[in-house]
Design a protein around this ligand. Sequence first.
Ligand code: GLN
Length: 469
Amino acid sequence: MSSYFFLEDNSVETTVKKYLKKIDENSHLNAFITVAENYALEQAKIVDEKIKNRTAGKLAGLVISLKDLICTKGIRTTAGSKILENFIPPYDASLVKNLKNEDAVIIGKNNLDEFAMGSSNETSAFGKVLHPLDNSLVPGGSSGGSAVSVAAGLSRVSLGSETGGSIRQPAAFCGVVGLKTTYGRVSRYGVTAFASSFDQVGPIGKTVEDVARVTEVISGFDKMDSTSAPNSVPDYTQFLNQDVKGLKMGVLKECFDEGVDPEIKKSVLETIELLRKNGAEIKEVSLPLLKYGIATYYILTTAEASANLARYDGIRYTYRNGEAKGLDEVYVKSRSEGFGTEVKRRIMLGTYVLSAGYYDAFYAKGQKVRTLMQKEMNETFAGLDCILAPTTPNLPFKAGEKLDDPLKMYLNDIFTVSANLTGIPSLSVPCGNAKNGLPIGIQIMAKSFDEGMTFRVGDFIEKNIKILA
Ligand code: GLN
């Protein structure tokens, strides 16, 4: 028996071939923008050699895919946008280096909403991603390709990114586990920026253990990212297979008001009851500022996005309109053709809230509300180990249903954005199925840098709840 946790077959090469076949059979799901077939097969052979010599790293055997906004040296990285359709990064993101150092094999790059803006994975320039259980539904977004990849068995783990719920929401929609890490936990160096004070990378996997083990490898201080935190990274496996006796858990009252799907409510409340029966102390808590969450999130993230996306100018590594004459025309035509509708909407919104006349009324006000929310969250957490809530207010919806109504689309993130506005970690784990068989997720929020607590509670739920198919 091998001591490598992720090893699935006699050789990594066999495992890579197995996943490549699955990717091919499921190409209609559109979960990948680029499949790195040759690269993955080559790497697999190298790792097999290392395993033979007992020199392989902790992730030996792991076949992983990455949301296509994480830079990979020599492998195209598009951010789901036409403006980056031919961009091949000359370097690896720091977290990719960590994965490679531990001998994970990258099999390809997952589809996403353009620049991670969306909740349905319908805004990618490379086409929409389909829900694996019912192809007429959306898989959630923006890390929809990543969630589908794991749910349909096209990769063992995928890394997604969150700015406002983009890991947890598709994980909940697809019935898999997804972690939003604490802000500063994982280096953002080499991760295409959407809203820099929010963006964080985290894993999506079939089990809490898979997610915990990968989190450990990608976390930690990186001198290339001035916002990466110096906090030490614990061995996360020590949080698995524990009980929940005596843990103090808050249940977020606002998430059970009307507007939440009754089946989601029922399943999440049943899960909370299971925790209570096993010795957790449950108490109702309230975050009154949650009602400003979506508004604050969209003011601040669009402001940051409008600044971050100014770098795509048609001059350097981006798409360029070939006929444009003069500098202004190159900018205007390349950006007009290179960006999709949702991205343009956000650039305009962001430019507006930052403009001289409106800065104080919108952007500065938004920053103040964010500070108050952080204060409120800290106070609410006093004496608590974690806070529980449904991950989403609704089940996966039909493709096209919310595309023309941005507000409806934005409201999908109502329960997830508070973790992003306040920087805390939150793990979504499956906790039930609706009558029509669609998955339901519960999220476990913890204090900053206490990912371990989310794993402890999430692992307990995973191992003790019976999900009927
Ligand atoms: N759905 C949210 C948005 O469109 C969240 C996106 C994200 O987390 N990357 O902004």
